[in-house]
Design a protein around this ligand. Structure first.
Ligand SMILES: [Zn+2]
Ligand SMILES: [Zn+2]
Length: 169
């Protein structure tokens, strides 16, 4: 994300915290910046790790609470990978209708959007008498790279990579 939009994001976060009667402290700002500076999906533990490497003094509790506030504000989305595994996704602000392909072998996540899918989802929800508040499709599968080549950069020595990055298509 480039600088002006990060600034806009911080403004939006600040406005949300203010609406809750909370101060947008330096620590909360550092956590928010770290989340929205990249497009990476992350686990809270990974964010703690990233923050430790920065010079912020935000505590674990601040990190976890800030994540919850940002989810409540609608700026950050929680995505379930199945099996109780949860990630947080900062990319819905820019592309509110994106979906995920998740590789069950290397845990890579690929984001995709498709106007035909939107049309189909709208048809289905209308037909079923629903007004959708959230539409997200999660497809689990095996990436071609690993299937065809038997190896994958996301997998180290046969073990799934810990951090899950994101790629836009
Ligand atoms: Zn995403
Ligand atoms: Zn894979």
């Amino acid at each position: 994300m480039d600088q002006p939009s990060l600034k806009a994001v911080l403004g939006q976060a600040q406005a949300f915290f203010a609406s809750k009667g909370l101060r947008f402290t330096k620590q909360r700002e550092a956590v928010t910046t770290l989340i929205f500076r990249t497009h990476e999906h992350f686990r809270p533990e990974e964010l703690c790790e990233r923050l430790r490497k920065s010079d912020s003094s935000a505590s674990r509790a601040t990190i976890y609470r800030t994540i919850l506030h940002l989810v409540e504000s609608g700026m950050l989305r929680e995505i379930s990978l199945g099996g109780g595994e949860r990630l947080y996704d900062p990319n819905f602000l820019q592309s509110p209708h994106h979906n995920h392909l998740i590789c069950v072998d290397c845990r890579e996540i690929v984001e995709f959007e498709d106007p035909n899918l939107d049309i189909m989802q709208n048809c289905i929800t209308r037909r079923m008498g629903f007004s959708p508040t959230e539409k997200a499709l999660r497809i689990e599968g095996r990436c071609d790279r690993l299937r065809l080549l038997g190896t994958c950069k996301n997998m180290k020595s046969g073990k799934p990579k810990k951090r899950i990055g994101s790629k836009r298509v």
